[in-house]
Design a protein. Sequence first.
Lengths: 549, 209
Amino acid sequence: MTRQYRPADVVDFVIIGSGAAGGVIARELARSRFNVVLLEQGPRFGPADFRHDELAYWFGNALLNDPQICPQTYRRTVDDVATRARGFPYLWYARTVGGSSTHFTGNYWRFHESDFKERSLLGAIPGTSLADWPIDYAELEPYYTRVEWEIGVSGLAGASPFDPPRSRPYPMPPLPVKSSGVLLERGARKLGLHPFPAPMAINSVTYNGRPACVHCGFCMGYGCEMMAKSSTLFTAIPEAEATGRCEVRSSSYAFRIETNSRGRVAGVAYFDADQREHVQKARAVVLCANGAESPRLLLMSANAQFPDGLANSSGLVGKNLMFNTYCETGARFEHPLNEYKSVQVTRIVHDFYESDPHRGFYGGGGIDSRIGPAPAGWAWLGTPTDRRWGAGFKEFLEGFPRSMVAATHGTSLPLETNRVDLDPDLKDAWGLPAMRVTYRDHPDDLATARFLQARAAEILAAAGAQEVWKLPVTEAMGSPHLLGTCRMGDDPHSSVVDRYHRSHDIPNLFICDGSSLVTGGRGQPTMTIQALAFRAGEHIGRMARTGDI
Amino acid sequence: MSAHPTWSRRRFVASSAGAFGSGWLALNWSSIVRAAEHAHALAVTTDDDADGFEYLGSAGARDVAALAALIIPTTTTAGAHEAGVVYFIDRALGTFFAGQAPSFAAGLEALSAEVRAVHGHDARFAELDADQQEALARELAATSFFETVRLLTILGFLTAPSYGGNRGQLGWKAVGFTDAHAFAPPFGHYDRDYPGFSPSASVDEDDAQ
């Protein structure tokens, strides 16, 4: 059924990366009758391959970029020498067909109207790259709706007074509330706040031929054995293949985008599973490899014509890396919650979403109810410092079913000093330059985290917790949210791609993924990345049809 | 409340990259899969008595088992001893944790040397009384060796039994975790009588008790 192309065939599009964005764009372009090769550096798994195995998935990088073969280095500032990651990668993403949508948690709220114009609303913040987006919420609204209906999102329209306007309700009702959601709701209401059911990219009912969630609890960091999670692996990608015009080429690791004498891209060089080199020729390339791999590939593709890397006349490729600030507050209650069951998040508070100048710092965010990986991860890093072993530790472990976490996720200011580039020395297992991460939180990001954590602790106390503990707010060294590194904008001097995701420098090179984001919202960026992908797919198809590429 | 470390992935990264540097594991999936196959093969071919220890040897295994039992003691519920954590650790050191095995062995030897220095040249950690073991463990607690034993004890207590620990799912039972293909609501006490979401719902004080 699925189409096979030869590398020498000049296909209409090569799309690099099969995650939340690449899967959607492949589907849109294939449905628009273009020939598409979708390159994915990782292998392809099916639902039967996914296991409930905390050692393999959480401790062993079963789906992730493995730092032993895909090493990364990290430094806080450009003046430091970067050191190599040991256990886990600093920037982590699923290296598999479906990309990080395969292992995501599925938090799928829309960005708010303010997210697109904070520079105008708040004014400049000295020393940062805070900027308005070239598009506004109204421009993106139809595509958010398409994500909800065509990918599959459960939620309750109108439940949050802070939600931006929407043209349609959610296609599925919210997932069943968990005890952590009831408690977050209870505590928040006592404080006069407005909790609401979490929008999740997980089926609450049978939808689009996929079954409803069975509440096994293995979402975050795992592949879904039920296909209830709306990963592109189960949605857009098989739909792209069903057109008969899209080939998904897994275990194909793109290492160079090739350009011709006219300064246009002409194909993509990649390694196959046996480390043999191929070049897939194409009329245009859409880069969707995520906010870490996309800038890395552009920089690795430097040549005589583009000595600083492709699409990099602004010098901004890889810069303005944002993570979304994050921290957690634990709580223990009298009765069992059993948070290891079902989806991670069922209730959210957005009362502190907006930046408020009265706080004295930029930033805002959301608070949600959840618990993390269970149970070994909880035991390893959830341990109170005064109970790390012995009878007290055992008692803490036995409290696992009665425990929950309020997670806070917020803003990260874009800073040119925070970046992804190429390590000058370290190579990966293919001999390619390792990714080097330079990242240090802006003080306002940490202030935001502390502010949100204080609110989370108040909510948990109001909910009747027996014990509440604040986890330390520390400077981030890594994240699964990889944002801002090829930002979109109208001005070629201050952005990498235009409002349609076309690179300013090369007319047949497009970039759409987390790297496109101008600001990072308040966490949970995949919904917005995917809305951008639907919009990009539509416009790229239009341009190709009218000979504008 | 005092500051607590947490289990989140973000903290995980910070911890593995920083505080526990040399003591941390560098695992990958393929090596873990091989370890699971290895554990399965061992379970079929040995009696799991002390002579079945591939890496630690019987005396070393007794010391490690005693340390693991200090970290996760047997209380009203099973501890590291009943869950067979030492078997997991032995297999980890011979397989996916082999890269850290030399430093683990050095740590274990340092502990044994300390035991001999304090309690005589025939003394072994496993044979000390509970107070003596605990006193030594308190001194050890800040070391990367102890942190490594702690990590392996947790993994052996709470990861899948196919890796050689968590026998009879005793670790999971002790912490109230069940691995099932499916669950149905209500999931816990507090969602049992949830009346349904209403944006204007008020909080029922009685229900909160």
